[in-house]
Design a protein around this ligand. Structure first.
Ligand code: CO
Length: 134
């Protein structure tokens, strides 16, 4: 069901500093910061030859990544995003097999303008999984 790794997301306390580290120190192709108010984050995408890195920092007081950064103040890997062709079929298959979909269970529009869902990390070895319909 899952296809390519779309991105690995890293929660960071200082988005500008992290973006500059990827640009200057690691020599990566770093995009502009984008606010995602529906998701409570500001993101920067870094394009690598085979995948992307998503740097995330909280936007607003009730950001869903605030607690993660409280536990990991210097930042850390927050989620992995896998591509799927049909997100509703993927959701139904996952729920049939007992995996928990976060939130209402209805896809939201993600940072690339495509539908996304998140799967409970306790069902996947401690790793929060994002599915993005391509
Ligand atoms: Co993501």
């Amino acid at each position: 069901m899952i296809g390519r790794l779309n991105h690995v997301a890293i929660a960071v306390p200082d988005l500008a500093a992290a973006a500059e580290q990827y640009r200057g120190t690691l020599g990566a192709s770093v995009g502009p910061a984008q606010d995602e108010p529906d998701h409570g984050v500001t993101v920067v995408f870094i394009q690598l030859p085979n995948t992307k890195i998503e740097l995330l920092t909280p936007l607003g007081a009730d950001s869903p990544i605030r607690g993660f950064l409280d536990k990991n103040p210097s930042g850390g890997i927050h989620h992995m995003c896998y591509e799927v062709e049909d997100i509703l079929a993927a959701r139904d298959q996952l729920q049939t097999r007992g995996a928990r979909v976060l939130g209402s269970g209805e896809p939201k529009i993600g940072a690339h303008g495509k539908p996304v869902l998140f799967l409970h990390p306790k069902d996947f070895n401690g790793c929060l999984i994002e599915l993005e319909q391509i």
